[in-house]
Design a protein around this ligand. Sequence first.
Ligand code: NI
Length: 136
Amino acid sequence: MPTLSVHHIGYLVKKIEKARQTFLALGYHIEKDIVYDDIRKVNICFLTKDGYRIELVSPATEDSVVAGLLKKYKNSPYHICYETADIETAANDLTTNGFIAIDTPTPAPALGNRRVVFLTSAFAGMIELLENNTLS
Ligand code: NI
């Protein structure tokens, strides 16, 4: 299994600008301001605090991939993203530990078009893998 390093916690929000203002009031700093991901039809913003990075994710349309999740979870953390040097091998190895891939590695416009893939486990919920070819 390639090394997995925590990159961010994904946080579903209904209204991204109000959420951003609220997280700023909590002492977070904007790392990357709101970017529209036209593949997933979501708005995304990265914030940091105390060495933690969170990703605000908000559906931009009714048919966004996260619109249904938002109805279910409301404003809530919903995935942890792990960086890895080898996204294909990591995804493959995780499937032998009960994870099921729910999409295929696809560029993420909010992350410099590095590829991400989402997987889910009956026991650990949803995770995201993010490729980082500079990791050893
Ligand atoms: Ni994410």
